[in-house]
Design a protein around this ligand. Structure first.
Ligand SMILES: *Cc1c(COP(=O)(O)O)cnc(C)c1O
Ligand SMILES: [Zn+2]
Length: 441
């Protein structure tokens, strides 16, 4: 099957561009671009044949098809030659059956899609494998690209620097000086990215990145680049596949720039189009109450949208007041009978801690989704027997300060109801025995 995808202008002016062109916005109307697949050609294979093909590849060793992303290559990015794929076996993350936590909040069929169990610890790997592979393809074709670049304080720069390093492509990361913790810096540093710490804020870094991206030789990896969405779409393919191609009732996902909720929806729509599934789930996008422009818009039935200045939130990866993909996301949420819910700092941290006590180790963004879930279960919108999947976006291991702060009760405005502190004792057997008997019952 000869397949090619291309960039299509998302604002509907009709322009299209090849995927191997260095371009992020429409040259005619300045609109964002989206990747368009040759659906007619894809439909020539029937649903059963696609399912058999995907099941045969899933988590096997035949490079690159054992990757959760590249196992669906035809629906993701057929334009890259297999030799140019830069993959670290991303995707294929487990579904955690949240049996105990589910029971605590009145749900029987709750699952957490552990997207953070991935090479660099977040779902950003899913998109970055596609973007960096396309760059390798362009280099192979002789395009003059010197480096891949992004401004990010966290997961995007971690993923970009790792995939670029694996491909031997230089990467440049711009960060605001003194506003980024060592934990956030250490992944790009370790991967050898040229890491520039600028005396400005995040927006200041972003505006320089955009200027760099306009000059020849630099390829922009921030989420304006819609190649990343194609890889992230596989979250939907995969979670349906993990339930033997059955669609859940609800999917709950935290949203900041709103690329991932868009990708999630696009994945389901594509599967429906190809007949792989026959219904759609309802989608809930969960925002931090300190960075909630989409939540406010939802309250007007999406009739109005105003960007805002995001306040500092523990859910740092979604601290965004002016989301790049907002219009794409609203379009998706309307198609999925979507809901937007929000969580305060206290709600998100307590949700994380409660769920952690049932065996998880959640990041704050997953906490936003869990807190939203608790509200919807409480109000009865989500019902006991509904099958619910929460998208966990990153590993809790990337956020040690957040975890420690919670259990040491140093997070501002957070009560730390589930704080668990180590008990300091002398190595005295009787004393230890008495303490254990007192505290374990
Ligand atoms: C990037 C990111 C998000 C937000 O995804 P968007 O596409 O910006 O909405 C959420 N959680 C984590 C951990 C992230 O890295
Ligand atoms: Zn256009």
């Amino acid at each position: 099957m000869q397949l090619t995808a291309h960039f299509q202008c998302a604002s509907g002016c009709g322009e299209s561009y090849p995927l191997n062109q260095v371009i992020y916005r429409c040259e005619v109307c300045d609109g964002l671009l989206e990747v368009q697949h040759d659906i007619q050609q894809l439909k020539k294979k029937d649903a059963k044949s696609w399912i058999d093909l995907f099941d045969a590849r899933y988590m096997r060793t035949n490079f690159p098809y054992g990757s959760g992303v590249w196992g669906k290559k035809e629906l993701v990015c057929p334009n890259v030659d297999d030799e140019n794929v830069v993959s670290m076996f991303e995707g294929g993350t487990n579904l955690f059956w949240a049996e105990r936590f589910g029971r605590q909040i009145g749900l029987d069929d709750l699952w957490i899609k552990q997207c953070g169990n991935s090479h660099t610890g977040s779902f950003k790997d899913l998109g970055m494998t596609v973007l960096v592979s396309m760059v390798k393809q362009m280099l192979f074709e002789g395009k003059p690209i010197k480096a891949v670049i992004c401004a990010s304080t966290g997961d995007t720069s971690a993923a970009l620097s790792a995939y670029a390093a694996a491909a031997g492509i230089p990467s440049v990361i711009l960060l605001p000086r003194d506003k980024v913790s060592t934990t956030q810096l250490i992944q790009p540093i370790a991967n050898g990215a040229l890491t520039l710490a600028l005396k400005t804020d995040f927006d200041g870094c972003m505006s320089i990145i955009q200027r760099l991206a306009k000059t020849e030789g630099f390829y922009l990896a921030n989420s304006m680049n819609s190649l990343r969405i194609e890889g992230q779409k596989t979250i939907s393919f995969e979670l349906v596949q993990q339930f033997d191609w059955n669609v859940p009732d609800w999917v709950i996902i935290p949203g900041g720039n709103l690329g991932n909720v868009t990708a999630l929806g696009l994945g389901f729509l594509m599967m429906k189009d190809l007949g792989l599934v026959d219904k759609l789930p309802r989608i809930v996008c969960a925002q931090s109450a300190r960075a909630n422009p989409l939540y406010r818009s939802f309250k007007t039935n999406f009739e109005e949208f105003d960007s805002l200045k995001a306040e500092t939130t523990l859910a740092s990866a979604i601290q965004i007041g002016n989301p790049v993909s907002v219009w794409k996301a609203i379009k998706i949420l309307k198609k999925f009978d979507g809901i937007v819910e929000q969580a305060t700092e206290s709600e998100l941290t307590e949700a994380v801690a409660q769920a952690d006590q049932t065996g998880l180790f959640n990041c704050p963004h997953t906490g936003v989704a869990l807190a939203a879930l608790m509200k919807l279960a409480q109000s009865g919108q989500i019902q006991r027997r509904d099958r619910v999947i929460v998208i966990s976006t990153a590993s809790g291991l990337k956020f040690p300060d957040f975890k420690i702060g919670y259990h040491e009760k140093t997070l501002e405005g957070v009560e730390s109801q589930y704080a668990n502190s180590p008990v300091a004792l002398d190595p005295d057997y009787d004393d230890i025995r008495r303490t254990i008997d007192q505290l374990i019952n």
